[in-house]
Design a protein around this ligand. Structure first.
Ligand code: DGL
Length: 271
C-alpha cells in the first residue's frame, strides 16, 4: 500500500476529465492536480517549449511527494522526451497508450479516427501506438486547434453554435473516412463530447483519453499493490498558474460535482 497522493497534470482544465474518472474508480486516493492555466494552450507551441513546461510541471508535482503521475494531456504525453521519462523517480502514464488500447477493443471495422492538438497530431504518437497493436488499422488523424481555446473559454454547451460550426469543419474528413471509433486524443475534448458525438453520429464510438488514463492508472496501482488503504476521506488539492477566480465554477462543470478542497495559484516558473 502507498498512501501518498496521485499527481495529475495538464496544460489547463482538460486533465480534470481524468480526475473525474479517478474519483469514481479510486475514491480513496488523494489527488494533487496541476493545471497550467497561465500558459495554456500547449498544443500550438513548439516541442522544446512544451518539454520545458513539462519539466517544471513534473518538478512541482514531485515537490508534493506524489506516488504516481498521470500526464492527463495528449500534447505533453505525445512529445515527452526519453530524457524526461528517464529522470522520473515514480511511474507514470500518459494518455495515448490507454486510449489506443480502448480504441483497439472498441473498433469493429478497424477504421479509427484520432483528433488532437496540432503538436499531438504532428507527433504521430497515436498512429504509432495504434500501429503497434495492429498494423492493419486504418487510422485517420486531424488536428483541431480551436477546440482547446473554445473549451477554456467556456464554449461547451451542447447547443453552442460556434463550437458546433467549428466541430463540423474539423470532423468532416473523419466522417468522410467512415471511421467507427474516434479517439478524443486531447483531454479537453471530452468536455465537448456531446457536440462531437452529434456531429459524428451515434454509430461512432468516442474514446475519452482522460477517462482511459485514469482506468489504466487504477489497474497499474492495484497490480503494484500501491492503492491507498487509509480509512479516512480522501482529499483533492488543485493548483493552477493563473487566477483562481473562475476555477471553481469551470472545474465544477467538468467534474460534475462541487470542487471541494484546496485551490491555489502557484508560480510554476519557479520550479
Ligand atoms: N488537454 C491538453 C491535451 O490533452 C490540451 C493541450 C493544449 O493546451 O493545447 O492535449
Amino acid at each position: 500500500m502507498d498512501n501518498r497522493p496521485i499527481g495529475i497534470f495538464d496544460s489547463g482544465l482538460g486533465g480534470l476529465t481524468a480526475v473525474s474518472e479517478l474519483k469514481k474508480i479510486m475514491p480513496n486516493e488523494n489527488i494533487i492536480y496541476f493545471g497550467d492555466t497561465g500558459r495554456v494552450p500547449y498544443g500550438t507551441r513548439s516541442k522544446e517549449t512544451i518539454q520545458k513546461y513539462t519539466k517544471q510541471d513534473i518538478r512541482f508535482l514531485l515537490s508534493k511527494d506524489v506516488k504516481y503521475i498521470i500526464v492527463a494531456c495528449g500534447t505533453i504525453s505525445s512529445v515527452i522526451s526519453d530524457e524526461i521519462v528517464a529522470g522520473l523517480p515514480v511511474s507514470y502514464t500518459g494518455v495515448p497508450i490507454p486510449a489506443v488500447k480502448a480504441a483497439a477493443k472498441a473498433t469493429k471495422s478497424g477504421r479509427i479516427g484520432v483528433i488532437g492538438t496540432p503538436a499531438t497530431i504532428r507527433s504521430g504518437a497515436y498512429e504509432r501506438a495504434l500501429g503497434n497493436i495492429n498494423n492493419q488499422f486504418s487510422v485517420h488523424a486531424n488536428a483541431c486547434p480551436l477546440f482547446v481555446p473554445l473549451v477554456e473559454s467556456g464554449f461547451t454547451n451542447p447547443d453552442n453554435e460556434v463550437t458546433i460550426l467549428v466541430a463540423r469543419q474539423y470532423l468532416a474528413p473523419l466522417i468522410e473516412a467512415n471511421i467507427d471509433t474516434l479517439i478524443l486524443g486531447c483531454t479537453h475534448y471530452p468536455i465537448i463530447k456531446d457536440i462531437i458525438q452529434s456531429v459524428m453520429g451515434e454509430h461512432v464510438r468516442l474514446i475519452d483519453s482522460g477517462q482511459e488514463a485514469a482506468r489504466y492508472a487504477f489497474k497499474f496501482l492495484a497490480k503494484q499493490n500501491m492503492l491507498n488503504d487509509a480509512k479516512v476521506i480522501a482529499t483533492s488539492e488543485y493548483y493552477i498558474s493563473d487566477t483562481v477566480e473562475h476555477f471553481a465554477t469551470n472545474a465544477t462543470a467538468i467534474l460534475k460535482e462541487p470542487v471541494v478542497g484546496h485551490v491555489e495559484k502557484i508560480d510554476i516558473e519557479s520550479y
